[in-house]
Design a binder for this molecule. Structure first.
Ligand code: G3P
Ligand code: CA
Length: 279
C-alpha cells in the first residue's frame, strides 16, 4: 500500500470512530500543514564562528534539524570543514586551503575573527563532524569547489561507508554542491544517499534543467531570490525536495515558509523556530 493510500485509509477510519477527529477534519486547513526542516547554515553562524564546533554545538542546542557544512581538502589529503577556498577571512592565517597541510590548517585560530570568546576554535575535520554529530542532528554536506580537489567524491563516500552511513538513514545525511558533475559522481558512488544541486541561477530553474537534475538529485536548493511558488511546485512534481538559502532575516524566513519550501537554510535557527507551519 502506498504512503498516500495508507494516509487516506487512516483519515477515513478516524472519521468513523473518532467524532473529535471529524470536527478537526471540518477545519479547511486540516491536511495542509507542512513542517519545514530547520538547517543551521555553517552551524548557528549568526551567533558563533561559521563551520566550527562552537557553531555546530549551538545549532544542536537551538534544536535545528540539520547543520550545513562545507567540505574541502588539505594539501596532504585530510577532509576539512571551511567555506572559503582561502583561510584568510575566517582564520588568523593566509593562503589557499588546498596549499596548506592539515597540521598548518589545524593550527589556525578559526574563532577570534568572530569574537574573542571563540579564540582557539580550530577547523574541524569532516570525519570529526560525522563522529560528533551523526545521530544528534542531520548533516547537509556541501562539497565546496570539488573541482579543486580531484577524487574528493570518493574520499567522502569512503568516510561515509566506513561509518555505515551509505544506507538510507532517514535522510539524515544529504550531499550537495554547486558543481553538478560532482553530484552525478556522488550519486553513482552512493546511490542510496540523497544528493542536491545548489544554484542561484534562473537558467537552472527551467523545466528542462529541473528534469535533468531529477535524474540524479533528490534535492534542488536555490538561493531565496529565485524561489517562486511555481518553482516549488515544479520541483515537487518531479519528486525532489527544495531547500533554500541563506536566511538572515525573519522576513526572508517567512517568505520561504509562504513559498512552501521543505528546508530553510539559515544563519539564525531561531527564525525557523518554533517549528512554523504553512496552512
Ligand atoms: O547550503 C547552501 C549554501 O551553503 C550555499 O552557499 O556560499 O553559503 O556555501 P554558501
Ligand atoms: Ca555551504
Amino acid at each position: 500500500m502506498s504512503k498516500q493510500l495508507l494516509l487516506e485509509t487512516g483519515v477515513a477510519l478516524s472519521f468513523l470512530f473518532n467524532p473529535i477527529g471529524s470536527i478537526v477534519a471540518e477545519d479547511p486547513t486540516f491536511g495542509e500543514r507542512k513542517q519545514v526542516h530547520n538547517v543551521a547554515h555553517r552551524g548557528a553562524t549568526g551567533y558563533a564562528p561559521e563551520n566550527t564546533i562552537a557553531a555546530f554545538d549551538l545549532a544542536v542546542d537551538m534544536k535545528a534539524d540539520y547543520i550545513e557544512i562545507d567540505v574541502q581538502r588539505s594539501e596532504d589529503g585530510e577532509l576539512v570543514v571551511i567555506h572559503d577556498t582561502t583561510v584568510d577571512r575566517t582564520t588568523d592565517g593566509t593562503g589557499q586551503v588546498g596549499d596548506l597541510s592539515f597540521e598548518e590548517l589545524r593550527g589556525l585560530d578559526a574563532g577570534s575573527w568572530f569574537g574573542e570568546q571563540f579564540a582557539g576554535e580550530s577547523l574541524p575535520t569532516f570525519e570529526e563532524v560525522l563522529d560528533r554529530y551523526y545521530g544528534k542532528i542531520g548533516i547537509f554536506v556541501e562539497l565546496k569547489a570539488p573541482e579543486l580537489y580531484p577524487g574528493i567524491e570518493k574520499q567522502v563516500a569512503e568516510a561515509l561507508r566506513e561509518r555505515n552511513l551509505d544506507k538510507p538513514q532517514n535522510e539524515k545525511i544529504i550531499i550537495q554542491s554547486f558543481n553538478f558533475e560532482s553530484m552525478k559522481k556522488m550519486d553513482a558512488l552512493l546511490p542510496r544517499v540523497p544528493v542536491g544541486v545548489l544554484t542561484s541561477n534562473t537558467a537552472d530553474t527551467t523545466p528542462e534543467a529541473l528534469q535533468e537534475f531529477s535524474m540524479y538529485a533528490e534535492w534542488f536548493s536555490p538561493s531565496y531570490g529565485i524561489v517562486t511558488e511555481e518553482l516549488v511546485e515544479n520541483v515537487h512534481s518531479l519528486g525532489m525536495q527544495i531547500g533554500s538559502w541563506t536566511v538572515r532575516s525573519q522576513d526572508t524566513a517567512d517568505f520561504l515558509f509562504d513559498m512552501g519550501v521543505d528546508a530553510i537554510i539559515t544563519d539564525f535557527p531561531d527564525y525557523v523556530e518554533p517549528r512554523k507551519m504553512k496552512y
